[in-house]
Design a protein around this ligand. Structure first.
Ligand code: SF4
Length: 89
């Protein structure tokens, strides 16, 4: 079985996971929180997040994270990788 078949968001309005509007507007924040609440109950969160992190850029809420949060995660991994390379040299 494909993990996507277990995705809880399949039972939700897809628009919930793609908030439209100014990043910090009230409606976007509410919608983002509601989408993340679905993700917290989902059993395939890790696989979903891994896919979103590997397929840049991906809009919307994936694996319980927003685009901005995934960007920050990528920067952090990139920085750690660079530090490890510098420390090994
Ligand atoms: S983690 Fe969220 S976006 Fe990913 S499959 Fe589950 S419900 Fe959908």
């Amino acid at each position: 079985m494909d993990w996507r078949e277990l995705a809880l968001c399949r039972r939700e309005d897809p628009d919930l996971f793609f908030p439209i509007g100014a990043i910090n507007s009230g409606l976007v924040l509410i919608q983002t929180d509601e989408a993340k609440a679905v993700c917290r109950r989902c059993t395939v969160t890790e696989r979903c997040l891994a896919l979103a992190l590997s397929a840049e850029p991906v809009e919307g809420i994936w694996g319980g994270t927003s685009e901005g949060e995934r960007r920050a995660m990528r920067r952090c991994v990139s920085r750690e990788s660079r530090n490890a390379t510098e420390n090994a040299a």
